[in-house]
Every structure is written in structure tokens, then in C-alpha cells.
Design a protein around this ligand. Structure first.
Ligand code: FES
Ligand SMILES: [Fe+2]
Length: 409
């Protein structure tokens, strides 16, 4: 799991005024709430610095949030401004928690889970189609998945599995070959475009589909593209005979083994409300089919060494993902998972992802009570932990370009 990225953590419409909302991401709990003054969203560590109560069970007071335990009042920037037990005493310097940058965009609340200054942050991808309500009809949904988000991400962009896992939906067992594909990449995304021959649609789509021929040769091919965006996002774009279908999906890493998928599915056809249920049902059908396979994949987490699994040409985008991931680990962006207090084994320590103000205001360096989450990079060479298998072996972190070259052929 990686810090320093913008994460879509919740749908905008699910963060309502006057009601704090707990969300979990990267092994940490956050509280989201809307400020009374301008309705903008605040994202803070959900961990009171006094005795560790969850602020998300507290109350919103103006633009502040009040801890439910002893009533400490937090400003949107994470500073405590009132300690009711001692109104006449000063506020301790350490009475502050991390508050993270927030944007509302493309139907989601995006939180910047990291401490880089604005100009160094990776971009939020351009998903402006979601805002184009004139041309697209949107349905949304979410799906809790007991698997690692990177396994899910790789599955989501994998073209070769569709005939086998989604035969009858959009995969075609009669034509499992992955034809030549086009690749478009940047440091933050990889898009694969290919032309497929899916089977005839069923249900409403099948009835209304203009092209019903049973003859595979006669049916128009369907351009499909799958894109991953670092660290956890997917876009599936299908040009069906009826029109365009785009599924935007974020795979929120709650921890290393739990993922909350949130999707926005757009379509340019059957734009009436009557077809919404059917559109949503189709996405869930695909998710259930994927879940049945991905949950059986071992090891549960993606191996750190490229050579631990076999790659063929159709795995090109997955190999690029794994290579980028190694670079991010080497850059110190990975975070140690499974630190959500109150879930799993009881702990005596909670660590948090550092927010930008920790770097921006060096005078406050000693004013942070909660320690920063550990990164795999920082743990490298820590013999005792490595021996327990908590962290990847140092020697397995090498980047292998030869694998990419090999499978290209
Ligand atoms: S635990 Fe929050 S005020 Fe005491
Ligand atoms: Fe799939």
C-alpha cells in the first residue's frame, strides 16, 4: 500500500452535512465531515490525541469536530482549540492531529494521504466524463472484497481472463486469443486498447442490441480498453454496438487484505432510469465472477519479485504495474499495513500517515504525538522483521527490465 497519492475514499453524496463519517484506508481510520460555513469536506485522522477515541462518533460544531469522550474541540486543520476540563489553561503544543488535503471531483471525495507539497503530488486522473451528465447516464455502487487491492487491480485490467471468467457476459470462449494491442503509458497510468469479439448480449441489452447475428464472423468487433492508474484505479471502456460503456472503479485498500471497490458506470445508451438497475446488476455480476477467482489466488499479496510468477505478452500492463510498484517502494512510498486499531490483534501503538503540514511547518516537528507509519523502505535491512517475513527481502527489490522486453516479443 502506498502513501503520497490522492485516494477517492467515498462518494460525495455519502458525506452529508452534520454527520461525521468514518472511512478506513491504508490501515488507518479517517473521519470525514462537512464544514458548516461552506459545506467543504474535512478529512482528519480519526484518532483523538488525548485518549484515542474516534472523532467520527463525535459532533460537528460549526467548522469543528468535538471528541465524544472528553469534548476536546478540533479545528479543520487538526488543531485542538478547546479543552473543556481546563478552559483557563493554555492548549498543549502537541494537541493536534493530522488533517489531509481534500478535493471533491468526479462524484468522489479525494483525500491526499501523504506529506508531499502540492506541486510534487501525483495527479488525480482526468475522469471528467463522469461530470458529463448530458451524454452519459451514471450508476454507482460498492463492493466489499476480502482480497488484496493489487490482485484486484491486476484482475480488472487483464484482458486474457475475460473469456474464462466472464464467458457469456463479455468474454467469448470461442475466441480466447488476445489480439495485438496498443499501449499508452505515463508514469501514472497504462492503457491497453484491443478489439474483441464478445458474445451477443443477454437480457435487455440483448433484446435491444441492433446486431443479433449468431455468426461470430458477422458480428462487429468491439473496441475495448482497460487502464490502470496508480495507485488503485481502473477504467474499462467498451464501445458496444449500442453505445459507449465506461466503468470507473477505485479499489480502496482498507488494509492489505480488504478492499472496498467503489464504481461509477457510465453509458450513452438506454439513458432512462428504467435501465439503471440492470446496468448496476451487470457490474455486480462481473465483480462476483472476478471475486470467485481472485479470492483463490495465492500468495494473497502480489509477489515483490517479478520472477516469482510467470508473465506472457498479455500480462504486459500487469508487469508495468509491478515495475512501477517496485520503484515506489524504493522511493519510500509504501506503508506498512494492518495497523487499524480495534481490528485484528490488539495493539499498544497506532501510527498514522503523515500529512503535508508536518513538512510545511518545521517548527512543529516535535509537536506530533502520533508517529509516522513505517515504510517498507525504512524497514529494509531490519533483520529481525525480515526473518519473520513481515517485509520483502532486500535482494528481491530489484527492477527487472528484461522481463518487460522478453514478453513484448
Ligand atoms: S479522548 Fe478525545 S477528548 Fe479525551
Ligand atoms: Fe474480470
Amino acid at each position: 500500500m502506498f502513501k503520497n497519492f490522492w485516494y477517492a475514499v467515498e462518494f460525495s453524496h455519502d458525506v452529508v452535512a452534520g454527520k461525521p463519517k468514518k472511512v478506513k484506508i491504508l490501515g488507518q481510520q479517517l473521519v470525514l465531515y462537512r464544514k458548516t460555513s461552506d459545506n467543504s469536506v474535512v478529512a482528519m485522522s480519526d484518532l483523538c490525541v488525548h485518549r484515542g477515541a474516534a472523532l467520527s462518533s463525535g459532533e460537528i460544531k460549526g467548522d469543528c469536530i468535538v471528541c465524544p469522550y472528553h469534548g476536546w474541540e478540533y479545528k479543520p486543520n487538526g488543531e485542538v482549540q478547546k479543552i473543556p476540563a481546563h478552559p483557563d489553561k493554555g492548549i498543549p503544543r502537541k494537541a493536534r492531529i493530522d488533517s489531509y488535503p481534500v478535493q471533491e471531483k468526479y462524484m468522489f471525495v479525494w483525500v491526499y494521504m501523504g506529506d508531499l507539497p502540492e506541486e510534487e503530488r501525483p495527479p488525480i486522473p482526468d475522469w471528467s466524463d463522469i461530470d458529463d451528465t448530458e451524454n452519459y447516464r451514471a450508476v454507482t455502487g460498492e463492493f466489499l472484497w476480502k482480497s488484496n487491492y493489487e490482485r484486484i487491480l491486476e484482475n480488472g485490467v487483464d484482458v486474457a481472463h475475460t473469456p474464462f471468467v466472464h464467458g457469456g457476459v463479455f468474454g467469448n470462449k470461442e475466441k480466447p486469443e488476445v489480439p495485438e494491442f496498443e499501449i499508452e503509458t505515463s508514469p501514472w497510468h497504462c492503457k491497453v486498447s484491443v478489439v474483441l469479439n464478445p458474445p451477443n448480449s443477454k437480457g435487455i441489452w440483448g433484446m435491444l442490441n441492433p446486431n443479433k447475428t449468431k455468426d461470430l464472423q458477422q458480428r462487429p468487433p468491439v473496441p475495448v480498453s482497460t487502464t490502470w492508474y496508480l495507485p488503485n484505479m481502473i477504467l474499462l471502456d467498451v464501445t458496444t454496438p449500442m453505445g459507449q460503456l465506461k466503468i470507473f472503479d477505485v479499489n480502496v485498500p482498507i488494509d492489505e487484505e480488504t478492499t472496498l471497490v467503489k464504481f461509477v458506470a457510465l453509458r450513452t445508451f438506454f439513458k432512462g432510469k428504467w435501465a439503471d438497475r440492470d446496468a448496476r446488476r451487470r457490474v455486480f455480476k462481473v465483480l462476483y465472477e472476478d471475486q470467485a477467482i481472485v479470492d483463490t489466488v495465492r500468495p494473497e499479496l502480489l509477489p515483490f519479485d517479478l520472477s516469482d510468477e510467470l508473465h506472457v505478452k498479455s500480462d504486459y500492463n500487469a508487469v508495468l504495474y509491478r515495475r512501477r510498484r517496485q520503484e515506489l517502494i524504493e522511493a519510500g512510498w509504501s506503508v506498512e499495513g494492518n495497523t487499524i486499531v480495534g481490528e485484528g490483534p490488539a495493539r499498544v501503538e497506532q501510527r498514522v500517515i503523515p500529512s503535508p503540514v508536518r513538512k510545511e511547518v518545521p517548527e512543529l516537528a516535535s509537536a506530533w504525538n502520533f508517529k509516522e507509519v513505517r515504510s517498507k523502505e525504512l524497514l529494509r535491512g531490519t533483520a529481525d522483521r525480515t526473518a519473520r517475513g513481515d517485509v520483502p527481502r532486500t535482494d528481491s527489490l530489484s527492477t527487472s527490465d528484461s522481463t518487460i522486453e522478453e514478453i513484448k516479443r
